[in-house]
Write a protein that binds this ligand. Sequence first.
Ligand code: NAD
Ligand code: DAU
Length: 342
Amino acid sequence: MKHIIVTGGAGFIGSNFVHYVVNHHPDVHVTVLDKLTYAGNKENLAGLPEDRVKLVVGDIADTELVDRLVKETNAVIHYAAESHNDNSLKDPSPFVHTNIMGTYTLIEACRKYGVRYHHVSTDEVYGDLPLREDLPGHGEGPGEKFTAETPYNPSSPYSATKAGSDLLVKAWVRSFGLKATLSNCSNNYGPYQHIEKFIPRQITNVLAGIRPKLYGEGKNVRDWIHTNDHSSAVWAILTEGRIGETYLIGADGEENNKQVLELILELMGQPKDAYDQVTDRAGHDLRYAIDSTKLNEELGWKPAFTNFREGLADTIQWYTDHKEWWLVEKEAVEAKYAQNNQ
Ligand code: NAD
Ligand code: DAU
């Protein structure tokens, strides 16, 4: 792994992975291939050594560009995506282009040059689960969390295109011998996450004097993992995972949205009820939960960030200290949500 390509490396999770590689693996050189959409930001890579990290601004669906870059690399770690469910409900077309056509373009090039490929995906491909209280084993019984054997059942245009991209990769492994692994991770939090997403939206709402916005009653459960733990897991799978296998990444971080919002308000010194309940998301998935036993037992991976309260407090501090990173976009992001009464 002397040279790797990280697609979407100027986004939230991709840039965290680039920092992780630079900090932990001094022999590795990284080319970031990123289109710098609204979600990509060069600043996410600021301070990284120029002799080890090169940014190429371009589209993962550009066959010529991808062919030229992939020819000269040892591995492609594919993070680039249109990643926000609410946007996919308004206009699915960029999701089909990037998530399906972009993935197709990358795996074709990796197949042509025999290059190792890792596919970064989401737990949302499995659809959703009932709430713990409605399950016989209260969320701990067989089949009550997602595993690599859970059937695909995506709900939104976003998750359907991610599911489609996973299936392309699995077919390329079986039919063409693509040297690929896949990972499906739960909800990430941490610095550099775009302010359209739940946690940074509410933190920056409080900082900007806007009341936080909870969809519906806030009973939907997400399984939170710190993005640094996602990065260490992807590295473990890339270097030690078995070709053709899917690994689920999670850190046992289930919380419902109301609990998360109340914790943000408490940590930011606000009254517990200082938020608005707004129009719910269409087709809103109820609960996600990851069983990461395979990753833990086979590759010995464990999360380092196991205290959500502390991780959230650090994240709040980061957004407080980096107003210049998000303030310029805040008004436009909120105006877009307001069109949906959200
Ligand atoms: P993000 O939206 O923050 O970043 C996406 C990046 O991809 C941006 O830098 C953007 O410029 C780039 N990009 C978009 N279209 C592109 C194109 N056509 N060509 C090149 N670059 C393009 O996303 P994120 O939250 O960091 O998610 C990264 C990956 O992780 C995605 O594949 C997502 O499905 C997956 N994932 C995310 C989460 C989560 O909680 N956010 C959880 C599990 C998996
Ligand atoms: O599970 C992994 C997925 O997590 C990733 O694949 C996606 O890329 C990532 O965006 C995330 O998807 P979610 O839809 O779960 O994340 P989001 O931050 O949009 O919303 C989290 C929860 O919070 C969800 O139940 C909707 C709710 N929500 C969201 C926003 C933006 C609110 O209640 N209020 C809000 O303002």
